[in-house]
Design a binder for this molecule. Structure first.
Ligand SMILES: Nc1ncnc2c1ncn2[C@@H]1O[C@H](COP(=O)(O)OP(=O)(O)OP(=O)(O)O)[C@@H](O)[C@H]1O
Length: 581
C-alpha cells in the first residue's frame, strides 16, 4: 500500500504541493472531527456530573467550530485533490506525447496502436479520476483512526489498545486484499487495452469490412475483447467482494468490542459513566473513515498498475538526449557502410552512397527492397545498426532531432491530414506562418483553387460537413505543407497509384515548385522523374546494385534497364489503348 501511495505522490509531478495541501486539510478535518468528541465529553459531564452550566454553551460552540472547520477543510481538500488529478494527468499526457516524438520508430512497431491509445486515454484517465481521491481517502482514513485512537488512549489505555487491535486486524485483511489486487489488476488493464485496440482496428478497417461483406465475422475480435473486458471487470468485483466484507466485519466487530468492554469496565467500576458513554459514542466514529479507506484501497493496485504502464512509456529510451543544435555546412548526405535490420530482418548491408547538395537522386528497386527504409534512416526515424549517415559532414546522431528535421521535409504517398482546418494542416511544419504565407504555399502547390471552393475556404475543417479531399488533393496539401516549411532537403515518395491527367499535371507542377534548388531524394516510380534525376540508385538484395545516370544505366543490362522497359511497355500499352478508343 505504501508503494502505491508513494507512486501516486511521485506521479503528481509539479502538483505535489497541492497534493500535500490536500493531505494537510484532511488532517485538519480529522482534528475538527475530534471537536465533536470534546463537545460530547463536556455535555455528558454536564449531564452526569451536573457541573457548571457554562460548559454546555462551550460544548455547543466547540461543536459549531468543528462543523464549520470540517466543511471548510473538506472543501479545500476535495478541491485540491480534483485539481491535482486533472493537472497532473494533463501534464503527463503532454509529456508522453512530447517524448513519443523522440522515440525510435521501432517503439511504435512493437507497441500496438491500441496499446498506446489506451495508455494515453483510458489508463491515464483511471489515474486522473481515481488516484488523488483514493490517496486522500486512504490517508484520511488512517489519520482519522490514529487521531481517535490517541484520544481513546488519553481517556482509557485499555480501549486504546482495543482500537489498535482492530486496526491491526484490518491491516491484515487489507494486505491480503492488496495481494489479490496485485494479481488481477494488470489483467483487467490488459483487457482494457485489447478492447481499445480492437475497437480502433474495427473502425479503421471499416472500409474493408464493408467491401468484403464480412459484417458477421469481422467484429469477432472486438466482441471477444468486449467479453474479456466484461469478464475481467466482473472478476474484480467478485474477487474483492469477500475481502471487503471481511474487512468491514473486522472493523464492526472492533467497534462492538470497544462498546462491550466500555460497558463492562463501567460495570466493574473501573471506568466512569461519562467515559463509558463517550467510548460508546466514539466506537461508532472511530472506524467510519477507515471503512471508506478500506473500500477504496483495492483501487490502489489498479492505479499503481496504470501508473506503471504510463511510466513504462516514460522510461523508453529516446534518441536525442545528447544532440546539439547544428546548422549543416551544406546539405550533402553521405551514407557510410550503413547496415540496418528490423529486429532479425536484415534490410540493408554495407550501403555507401553520396547525395551531393542541390541534386536529385532517384531511388528505384523492387518492392520491399528497402527504399523507404533508406529514406527513413536519413530522417532518423530509425538509427542505423552499423556505419553512419552524415549531413554536411556531421553524423546525424550528433544533431538534436529537431535540428536535423528542420532541414528535411518528407512527402509520403499516404498523406495524413489532421482533423483540423486546412490552414493549420498546411501550417503544421511552420506554426508561426502568416495566412499570406499559407496562401502563397497553397498557390505554389496548386491547391488554392480547390481550397477556395470548400465551404469555409482555408478554415474548412477536414472531415467536417463532408469536407473530404481526393487522394491527389491531399497530396498537394502535403506538398504545400513542405513548400511552406521550405527545408533544403526534400524526401519524396512518389505516388504509385495513377492520378487522373488533370490532377497529375498539377501534382507535377507542385512537385517541381517544391524541389526547385533543393537536395532531393525521390523514391521514383515514374519514368520521367527517374530520367531527369542526376543520380539513379538501384536497391536490391540489401544493397545498391547499380548507380549512375539514366544514360549510363541503360547501357548495361540489369534491374534498371528492365525497369525502364517495363515502364515503356506500359506506356505503349496505354498509348495503343488510347489509339483504339
Ligand atoms: N516498420 C517496419 N517494421 C518491420 N519491418 C518493416 C518495417 N517497414 C518495412 N519493413 C520491411 O522491410 C522491408 C523493406 O521495406 P521498405 O518499405 O523499405 O521497402 P520499399 O522498397 O520501400 O518497398 P515498396 O516499394 O513496396 O514501398 C520489407 O520487407 C518490409 O516488410
Amino acid at each position: 500500500m505504501i508503494t502505491a501511495l508513494k507512486k501516486i505522490y511521485a506521479f503528481s509531478g509539479r502538483w505535489k504541493r497541492v497534493l500535500k495541501k490536500s493531505v494537510v486539510f484532511s488532517l485538519l478535518h480529522s482534528i475538527f472531527d475530534m471537536f465533536q468528541i470534546g463537545a460530547l465529553f463536556l455535555i455528558l459531564n454536564e449531564l452526569v456530573e451536573g457541573t457548571k452550566g457554562r460548559d454546555i454553551l462551550f460544548a455547543f460552540l466547540l461543536l459549531l467550530a468543528g462543523v464549520i472547520g470540517k466543511i471548510v477543510c473538506s472543501y479545500i481538500s476535495d478541491f485540491s485533490q480534483t485539481r491535482v488529478g486533472y493537472f497532473m494527468c494533463a501534464d503527463k499526457r503532454i509529456h508522453v506525447g512530447d517524448r513519443m516524438k523522440y522515440m525510435p520508430m521501432g517503439y511504435f512497431n512493437s507497441h500496438s496502436l491500441g496499446d498506446l491509445t489506451s495508455t494515453v486515454t483510458t489508463t491515464i484517465s483511471d489515474v486522473e479520476n481515481n488516484a488523488p481521491s483514493v490517496l486522500i481517502t486512504v490517508i484520511h482514513g488512517f489519520i482519522h483512526v490514529t487521531v481517535i485512537t490517541i484520544v481513546m488512549f488519553f481517556f482509557d489505555w485499555r480501549i486504546g489498545l482495543l482500537a489498535c487491535l482492530g486496526i491491526a486486524l484490518f491491516l491484515l485483511c487489507n494486505s491480503a486484499l492488496q495481494k489479490k489486487s496485485q494479481e488481477v489488476s494488470p489483467k483487467r488493464q490488459a483487457a482494457q487495452e485489447d478492447l481499445v485496440g480492437a475497437t480502433l482496428e474495427y473502425i479503421q478497417g471499416m472500409g474493408i469490412v464493408k467491401s468484403f461483406n464480412l459484417g458477421g465475422g469481422s467484429n469477432q475480435k472486438m466482441k471477444q475483447a468486449i467479453e474479456e473486458s466484461r469478464a475481467r471487470n466482473t472478476k474484480l468485483e467478485t474477487v474483492f467482494g469477500p475481502y471487503g466484507m471481511v474487512q468491514l466485519f473486522v472493523l464492526r466487530l472492533a467497534s462492538v468490542a470497544i462498546m462491550f468492554c466500555s460497558i463492562l469496565f463501567y460495570l466493574q467500576s473501573s471506568m466512569t459513566l461519562v467515559y463509558c458513554l463517550l467510548m460508546c459514542v466514539a466506537s461508532f466514529l472511530i472506524f467510519s473513515e477507515l471503512e471508506a479507506a478500506g473500500g477504496k484501497s483495492f483501487a490502489l493496485r489498479l492505479i499503481e498498475s496504470s501508473i506503471d504502464k504510463v511510466d513504462a512509456i516514460d522510461d523508453t529510451p529516446v534518441m536525442d538526449l545528447s544532440g546539439k543544435d547544428i546548422t549543416p555546412k551544406d546539405t550533402t548526405i553521405e551514407l557510410q557502410d550503413v547496415g540496418f535490420s528490423y529486429g532479425d530482418h536484415r534490410i540493408l548491408n554495407h550501403v555507401n552512397l553520396t547525395i551531393p547538395a542541390k541534386t536529385t537522386t532517384a531511388i528505384v528497386g523492387p518492392s520491399g527492397s528497402g527504399k523507404t527504409t533508406l529514406c527513413s534512416l536519413i530522417a532518423r526515424f530509425w538509427d542505423v545498426d552499423e556505419g553512419c549517415i552524415k549531413l554536411g559532414g556531421t553524423d546525424i546522431r550528433e544533431y538534436k532531432l529537431d535540428s536535423l528535421l528542420s532541414n528535411i521535409s518528407m512527402v509520403f504517398q499516404n498523406v495524413f491530414l489532421f482533423a483540423d482546418s486546412i490552414e493549420n494542416n498546411i501550417k503544421f511544419g511552420k506554426p508561426d506562418a502568416t495566412h499570406e504565407e499559407v496562401v502563397r504555399a497553397a498557390k505554389s502547390a496548386c491547391c488554392h483553387d480547390f481550397i477556395m471552393a470548400l465551404p469555409n475556404g482555408y478554415d474548412t475543417v477536414i472531415g467536417e460537413s463532408g469536407a473530404t479531399l481526393s487522394g491527389g488533393e491531399k497530396q498537394r496539401i502535403s506538398i504545400a505543407r513542405a513548400i511552406l516549411k521550405d527545408t533544403p532537403i526534400i524526401i519524396l515518395d512518389e505516388a504509385t497509384s495513377s492520378v487522373d491527367p488533370e490532377n497529375e499535371a498539377e501534382l507535377q507542377q507542385a512537385i517541381e515548385k517544391l524541389t526547385e534548388d533543393k537536395t532531393v531524394i525521390i523514391i521514383a516510380h515514374r519514368l520521367k522523374t527517374v530520367r531527369n534525376a542526376q543520380q539513379i540508385v538501384v536497391i536490391a538484395n540489401g544493397g545498391i546494385v547499380q548507380r549512375g545516370t539514366h544514360q549510363e544505366l541503360m547501357e548495361q543490362p540489369g534491374i534498371y534497364a528492365d525497369f525502364v522497359n517495363v515502364r515503356e511497355k506500359a506506356i505503349n500499352w496505354k498509348l495503343s489503348g488510347d489509339k483504339t478508343q
